[in-house]
Design a protein around this ligand. Structure first.
Ligand code: HEM
Length: 110
């Protein structure tokens, strides 16, 4: 997850940068899913997170050194005025997963 503190009044522009971008993620080895998340609104910013899920840490690290990553970030610097300071990267490892699925389906079948 990369966290961005977006300055008041720039939320729409920030969301537009993301939602209209040309993504280079599809087909990258180990890529699972991507979300742009909007979080709490504070006095001086609204928190956003770009959240990507990868099959393994090695796949994620390979992507950060790939041409797909370079292409996705070619113009990223030009969007600096939209947020405070630097984006903050935090990597997480999945310890436990719980998903909806089998139990709900069984309930429906009955
Ligand atoms: C390890 C660090 C980073 C990770 C994991 C990361 C993650 C991502 C991901 C998953 C995307 C979407 C790529 C696609 O759809 O192909 C992206 C795009 C983007 N990233 Fe990063 N990023 C990192 C570093 C940075 C930094 C340092 C900046 C700010 C200078 C930044 C700003 C952006 C912006 C603005 C976009 C949208 C691209 C556009 O302008 O169209 N990222 N990033």
């Amino acid at each position: 997850m990369n966290r961005f503190k977006v300055v008041p009044g720039s939320q729409a522009d920030f969301e537009e940068v993301w939602t209209t971008r040309e993504t280079h993620l599809r087909g990258v080895r180990g890529f699972v899913t991507f979300h742009l998340l909007r979080g709490p609104k504070r006095e001086d910013h609204t928190l956003y997170s770009s959240h990507s899920v990868w099959r393994s840490r090695a796949d994620f690290e390979a992507w950060t050194q790939s041409e797909a990553f370079r292409r996705a970030h070619r113009d990223a610097g030009s969007n600096r005025p939209l947020y405070l300071g630097h984006p903050e990267f935090e990597g997480f490892e999945v310890i436990q997963t719980v998903e909806s699925g089998a139990p709900t389906q069984r309930a429906k079948e009955r």
